[in-house]
Design a protein around this ligand. Sequence first.
Ligand code: SF4
Length: 165
Amino acid sequence: MITTQDVGGVHIKYLYHCRRQLWLYLRGIRPEHLSATVQLGEAVHDTSYNRNSPVDLGAARLDFLDGHHWVHEVKSSTRPTAADAAQGRHYCHRLHHLGIDVKGAVLHYPKTRRTQRHLYTPEAAQLAEADIADVLTVAAAATSPDCLARSRCHGCSFTDYCWTE
Ligand code: SF4
């Protein structure tokens, strides 16, 4: 069973996108290698910001931490999402608990040359705690959460699993 310390960035991303996706992922189903969306994400990641080394926090792995203690995350999408902000917040929270005076997260969108800055505040810390608790709640559910509306499944690597009759 997953514990608080095991909750990572992927869990947070799926929590915000689709709780069913999170539940399936937690049960070891991994169709990501079939997903063009994920491959694109990896390609953008490899070509855009490879000058810095990722920071491995065990369950969480962020793109890099600069000298001023800002977390940097590179995104393959064109526009910011709540999931992106939540992931950045989660990484800040992990670093904070490792004793690092983290300032916040900078989200990079190379396709549209945009960046977003999110301060790590006491409110952000509370949200990060709530997100971890939500992941554990989904993990403990005996049955899978319902599917989203089909229109919201675009690009999800579990589409075949959820929508094949
Ligand atoms: S296909 Fe849709 S319902 Fe199924 S996990 Fe993905 S987003 Fe959720």
